[in-house]
Design a protein around this ligand. Structure first.
Ligand code: MSP
Length: 536
């Protein structure tokens, strides 16, 4: 079986629906920043995009957390949800839908889906015995557990022995179909490391999994058997479908949700929840006779100073403190540029400060600053109306600039943001070298005005292109650069950009004249002070 190639009119991508058990940590922020960059990039191109994020609010983990906080579960979730929304605002994340599994529409979608799977004879009652990690909300094989029965993901949490009657989903029935899907659609699971992990796991043989609990109250009860609640993962994955409904939609049915953008193009997740998305989810969808998502992409873990970040290791970063201290753009830049999406990546504060200072302040900011300074001094902030076609083919910036847009677009399409940033900064570093070599101040003194203006044009056009291509990652700084270059553009007003600054023109080098009044230079990014580096 091949995945049905349905061309949805809009590009739909999702982050995981984060557990509303605790405040967001930087791992959740990482996924959401990547998703936001993808969404902004596509919107910049003029594509219609729907970015879905949200929270997963049922299940034992949250039930226990609410109890520990002495709050009714719903109230506990409401508080946590507010902190997620606040963090996304602080990080300039522009989501289109925030899906909560406690939203009233969701229950209807879950019941309708459950019924479809039931009608397909894929649900049966049986006995579940096994070790359960509440923090993962997942049964573990005994051989997977660490010494003393601790969870391999949550080192300080002991798995608990469960022996109860549960409803099961016939996952084993889908073994062959899943294998065929992986074979015929090598791009379904990305990157290759994740695909291989899944192939290996499925190759060992799939077992049915339980989709209800009898010891958990906080969840949807199983239709016709209120002793059971529906397993949190079965419920949560369906949150992606519920999110497709228009917020005010009157018709809350699977079909109406599906008609709003299914199948999803990209599920962006961390590699720890790959099995749920690449095995359970497609099997559930096949059982309900729905087409499958196009891609599941598993990114790596964030580590801190070389160690995996996690609450159990006590080395998580508080994303609120981080963004309050440094602002959103440098954080977004660091995580996108310094970590290869799909591999584990480290946060080290000294490296963070050195990277953003070198790239954003020294290479990019200073270049703009001094070039604009010269434009003010030597030509009163006005350059003649020239474009790249007026410069020779062997012009060193033109040579790099002409291919840059296309190269960077390719890296963004492949989620290789680190490579995209590298390419962009090759042009910026070449521009710094070029201006030093060409010495416009000498050309000015010698009265070679036209030559001097061409030098300034080439450099300013390179800075503009870099700002445009970096805008999905650093929208604030890119807006500052564009404004100083005389464009009244705010890269956070994503929906208007395509009209004001068409992608076809602005993503190319040399198509724009810089004959508008250039502003007086103002530093776009003040260097971070290394002595701030104490608290993380
Ligand atoms: N609720 C489920 C997802 C349900 S989706 C229908 C869940 N939530 S979670 O809050 O625990 O995790 C959400 C995401 O955060 C996962 O993709 C996970 O990989 C990611 N991260 C958690 N810790 C992380 C790091 N240290 N580094 C990178 N991402 C990490 O799972």
């Amino acid at each position: 079986m091949t995945l049905k190639k349905v061309k949805p009119k809009k590009f739909v991508l999702t982050t995981p629906l984060y557990y509303a058990n605790d405040l967001p940590h930087v791992g959740s922020a990482y996924t959401t920043m990547i998703a936001d960059v993808i969404s902004r990039y596509k919107k910049l191109k003029g594509e219609e995009v729907l970015l879905i994020t949200g929270t997963d609010e049922h299940g034992q983990k949250i039930e226990r957390n609410a109890e520990a906080n002495n709050l009714p579960a719903q109230e506990h979730c409401d508080r946590i949800v507010n902190s997620f929304k606040l963090l996304w605002d602080k990080l300039d994340i522009q989501y289109d839908r925030f899906s909560r599994t406690t939203d009233y529409q969701h229950k209807k979608i879950v019941y309708e889906f459950f019924q479809r799977v039931w009608d397909n004879d894929d649900i049966y009652l049986s006995r579940q015995q096994g070790w359960y990690c509440v923090a993962c909300e997942e049964f573990k094989e005994e051989r997977e557990l660490l010494e003393g029965g601790y969870c391999p993901v949550h080192f300080n949490k002991k798995a608990e022995w469960y022996d109860e009657e549960n409803y099961f989903f016939r996952l084993s029935k889908y073994q062959l179909q899943l294998e065929e899907i992986y074979k015929n659609n090598p791009e379904f699971i990305k990157p290759v490391s994740c695909r291989n992990e899944i192939l290996k796991f499925v190759g060992q043989g799939l077992r049915d999994f339980s989709i209800s609990r009898v010891n958990v109250k906080w969840g949807f009860t199983v239709p016709n058997n209120p002793k059971h609640t529906i397993y949190v993962w079965f419920d949560a994955l369906l949150g992606y479908i519920t999110a497709l409904l228009e917020p005010e939609s009157k018709e809350i049915t699977l079909n109406s949700a599906i008609s709003q953008g299914w199948p999803i193009n990209l599920h962006l997740i961390g590699k720890d929840i790959l099995r749920f998305h690449a095995i359970y989810w497609p099997a559930m969808l096949m059982s309900a006779k729905l087409p499958l998502p196009e891609h599941v992409f598993g990114h790596g873990f964030l580590t801190k100073d070389g160690q995996k970040m996690g609450k159990s290791s006590g080395n998580t970063l508080n994303p609120f403190e981080l963004v309050d201290k440094y602002g959103s753009d440098p954080i977004r830049y660091y995580f996108l540029k310094e970590i290869e999406c799909g591999k584990d990546g480290d946060f080290n504060e000294t490296r963070f400060i050195n990277t953003v200072n070198a790239d954003l302040a020294d290479d990019l900011g200073n270049l703009l600053n001094r070039t604009l300074g010269m434009a003010q001094k030597y030509c009163k902030g006005l350059l003649p109306s020239i474009t790249g076609t007026d410069l020779p083919q062997e012009h060193p910036l033109k040579k790099i600039g002409l291919d840059l847009g296309e190269n960077v677009i390719k890296t963004y399409d492949d989620l290789k943001f680190n490579e995209g940033c590298e390419e962009i900064f090759t042009l910026i570093r070449a521009s710094n070298k070029f201006i030093d070599e060409q010495a416009p101040w000498t050309l000015f003194k010698k009265g070679e005005h036209e030559e001097m203006e061409k030098v300034l044009y080439g450099v300013l056009e390179s800075v503009r292109l870099a700002a445009y291509l970096l805008a999905p990652i650093i929208p604030g700084l890119s807006s500052k650069i564009y404004k100083q270059l005389g464009f009244s553009v705010d890269f956070n007003q994503v929906e208007y950009l395509k009209k004001i600054i068409p992608f076809e023109k602005h993503s190319q080098w040399g198509k724009i004249a810089h004959d508008k009044l250039l502003s007086k230079p103002q530093p776009i990014f003040a260097k971070l002070d290394v002595s701030l580096n104490k608290n993380f």
